[in-house]
Design a binder for this molecule. Sequence first.
Ligand code: C2E
Ligand code: CA
Ligand code: CA
Length: 585
Amino acid sequence: TFADQVNNNPESGFDVALSRLGNFLGAERVSLTRIEAFDGQYSIVAMWPNAAEPEDGLNPWNYSEVLVGQTMFCTDGMTSGAVKGQGIDPEFGTQWIRIPIFQSGKVSFCLGVDWVKESNKRDLSFLLQILEPAARLIQSVLQSRQINGILHTMSRSDRLTGLANRSVVLDHLEKATARARRNSTIVALIHMNIDRFKTINDALGYLNGDYLLKAVAKRIVDMFRETDLVARVGNDDFVVLVEDIDSFESLQHSSHRIISEFEAPIFIGGQNVHVQLSQGVVVYKQELRDTAEDLLRNAEIAMKTAKSVGGNQVRYFAPDMNTSTKRRLSLEHDLHRALNREEFQVHYQPQLCLASGVVRGAESLIRWPHPELGMLPPSEFLWIAEETGMIVPLSEWILDQVCNATMHWHRTVSEDFQVAINVSPRWFDFPGFPDVVEKVIGRVDLPPSCLEFEITEDVVLSNTDTTGPLLAHLTDLGVKLTLDDFGTGYSSLSYLRNIPVNALKIDRSFVSGLETRQTDAAIILALITLCNELDMEIVAEGVETVEQLRFLQKHGCHLAQGYHVGKPQPREMLDTTIRSFLKTA
Ligand code: C2E
Ligand code: CA
Ligand code: CA
């Protein structure tokens, strides 16, 4: 039996068991992964096929739902849970399944199955009927202490790159710092993370993402001495432990060499990919009594600091990085959890039609009731979501909420009720963006013209090659496009001819200066005229006083939004607000 097999020879027993499972299910990859901590540290402990060849190297980088004990899958082009929308061709069938395995109530392993070829038409529930019991069987085998000890040693190297993993680094660090204390030598740790890896991975597909990780690993290994330990400590996180450094200059030299070595592109999936790394360096100082864990964490903090100032650079750890980066790291961690538990709220700010006096639509604005920090405004956390790529699943969740709410107002208030949703640069660039929009609109059965996407000028103008077709695609879907924060960006009007926007949103700074600065009033009047000429709608944002409202109304501005009309509010409250305007209209 499976259990006997594993007990007799744990190293090959798992591989044999996984291979049987894989063959039976017509899969290309079955893996058993140890999940080491909540923050997604993992290492593959058993895998079929055995060798991590590039051709079949799969990179199960996202365990978000597994970490909270849920099965994840990608089938018919849709992914379950928070990462939905990352799916592929709906014709494909089931692409992968991840099932959590528990030990004393905690998720500690994951059984993963991947299908790479398009032949898998088996239906998901059939696959789960086999895999769920298989996962439970593995779970019971893993209860045995002896197996666990063996798995522990097996899990010391990363099966994808062949590099050492986090626990090896910690062991070596302890010994290295002891030696450094005895011999007064210098020990340093360099933590490297690939800039924008998620974007690259999304664009290349996760098979190629694996080649990339292997290629990056190889390039790093080639750069260092054999005595330096190179490890992979996270998905796209690499660490080098350098001992016996003769001077700080030579350490700096190493860091700069990493940057220059990565100037050469890596050829993957038929194209050249440019990879840049953010590096954080920590040098062991005897007097600080840092533990191995401290050093590893401080190197990561320094790396995050390098990333937050644009990436592709080196930062040396300094104690004052601790507070700001710690807060940021813990927010990032909380953000993951909030996404999985749907802790966010969407608020809606009413938009008043100045001709009729009724609420014609709303803008959706995200809020995060943080369990300890209270209600957080988007400025506190969206940049982290943007930087980490979490903005994509978060935006998709918002889209879902907004479509449902809009459908409600479409039915109960007006057929033309329009709700705006803000599009972040990263979501806009995400390859699956328009398809997800189409899918969600279809599912809710919402008329597309009730949905409005607010994009800023810099988003529109940043990437001209793909922007045109993408905007055209959205227009074809029938959704509306609005230029947000108008007047604060490039202030070149000529591009308005070339992009299919339906509305302009005058930035709040012009509206607030309306009564005091003549130029602001003049600009608003000019924009109203311009919009009328170009057959666009015009929305004034940040309307805070009745005088501003009257001015806008008098001069033919179409819509007003701002605290004077109503603050951003929960969905149910907007129902009341809408009714109160109906009475006075
Ligand atoms: P924005 O798109 O320009 O949104 C308008 C901001 O102005 C909102 O801030 C809103 O609460 C605030 N506001 C509305 N009326 C007034 C007023 O009369 N006076 C003043 N002083 N402020 C007013 P909020 O909600 O803090 O959002 C800030 C920014 O965060 C938004 O700027 C938008 O860029 C971003 N954001 C908010 N929600 C989302 C979202 O769901 N997705 C994305 N991608 N970005 C979002
Ligand atoms: Ca907006
Ligand atoms: Ca705005």
